[in-house]
Each structure stands twice: as C-alpha cells, then as structure tokens.
Write a protein that binds this ligand. Sequence first.
Ligand SMILES: Nc1ncnc2c1ncn2[C@@H]1O[C@H](COP(=O)(O)OP(=O)(O)OP(=O)(O)O)[C@@H](O)[C@H]1O
Ligand SMILES: [Mg+2]
Length: 133
Amino acid sequence: MTIITIGGEKGGVGKSTVATNVSVVLAQAGKDVLLINTDAQDTIGSWAAIRAEDHANKHVVHTASLHGKTVSKEILDFSERYDVVVVDAAGNDSVEQRQAMAVSDALIIPIRPTAFDTWTLDTVEDLVGQPRA
Ligand SMILES: Nc1ncnc2c1ncn2[C@@H]1O[C@H](COP(=O)(O)OP(=O)(O)OP(=O)(O)O)[C@@H](O)[C@H]1O
Ligand SMILES: [Mg+2]
C-alpha cells in the first residue's frame, strides 16, 4: 500500500542501488515488495535475474517494468496487491518519473555531495511540484 519512488535529475548517483537495497531490506522485514523498473536500461531486470540464481526463494522481491503514460494507474493497481511498491526511475526528467511521483507516498533522491549535483535540487523541486499539481 506504500509507494516509494527513487528518482531525481542526475544519472549514475545510485538510484538503482538504493532501490534494490531498500526493496531487499523491506522483504527481509516480511513485506510483500514489488520493485518496478521504469528505465529503458532495465538495471532492475538484470539484477533480478542474478538474484533469482543467487538467492532463490529467499526474501523474494518481485519485479516489473512499466513505461509510458499509464504508469501512475498501473502503479496504483499494483499497490493494492503489495505492501510496498518501490519505483526505480531513469536519471532524467521523464514521463515515467512524473507519473510515479504523482502517486508516491515518498520520494528518495540520491545525490552526490558536489556543487554541480546540488545545483540540480531547484530543478527537482519544480519537478516535485508539477505532478502533484
Ligand atoms: N553508496 C555508494 N558508494 C559507492 N558507489 C556506489 C554507491 N551507490 C552506487 N554506487 C555505484 O555507482 C554506480 C551507479 O549506481 P546506480 O546504477 O545505482 O546509479 P543510478 O542512479 O541508478 O544510475 P542511472 O542513472 O544510470 O540509472 C554503480 O557502479 C554503483 O555500484
Ligand atoms: Mg539506475
């Protein structure tokens, strides 16, 4: 019933790493977790394939891939069936990220502690405001 998006404006800052780790910790705590990939790269799909071999049947994290303008609706549908839905966004402003933000209870924005990266926070603040509106 809880939806958490891992997003932001920057690529390569650890979004997929945070998304997978948060999902596993929640599964270890006994939650039914769905981890959704919205990135064309599908890091989550590759991670899931390796994890299925290395940790079969252990603290299962289900995964899915969603794209396009129906992402909000599909996330809401999935959230009825899972305790927690975690969404891994691509490293840029995208339809999918906006759709996910609009229905999320929490947004986690990993960021590197550099000036260049913190300068993107204003843009991210705009991003957060728009889907809610
Ligand atoms: N806390 C961390 N400390 C050091 N390295 C990290 C940390 N988190 C992630 N990394 C490494 O940084 C790289 C990028 O991480 P990751 O793929 O999770 O970023 P991303 O934000 O999802 O990237 P993309 O925007 O391409 O989707 C990976 O090699 C990952 O192992
Ligand atoms: Mg990623």
